[in-house]
Design a protein. Sequence first.
Length: 153
Amino acid sequence: MIALPPIDPRLDERMMQLALQQALVAYEADEVPIGAVIAVGTRILAKSHNQVELLNDPTAHAEMLAITQATAAIGGKYLPQCTLYVTVEPCPMCMGALRWTQIGRIVYGTADPKGGYMHYSDALPHPKSIIVGGVCEEECRELMVSYFRRKRR
């Protein structure tokens, strides 16, 4: 297995800021504001945001679109040397897809107690994937709260 780059909390925060920028694009497009970045160290392979409404596709989650971009960028279906940065804890569908990629790390911002994978099963991630939550948590959570507050008006 290809080794992951060393873990650097400052890099995690910088990459999460890029994911937050993607989430803001989704917010402005009236999509659930979730953004994702897949990288190897500082090399970005993919950036995406939710496009469910735009594409009229319930699978067009930020993570799924980023997986497609990243696997195309490396020319293979496995991402063990990569880190996914996503603003919200992945749902079961996305975590299942991430399991198949054998992604090395998953870094998320805020938990999703109603729709996140942990609500259903903590066995969904690949057993070798390292999972880190709470990176830029407050910013990620506030964006989601703001979006749903605006939708309920």
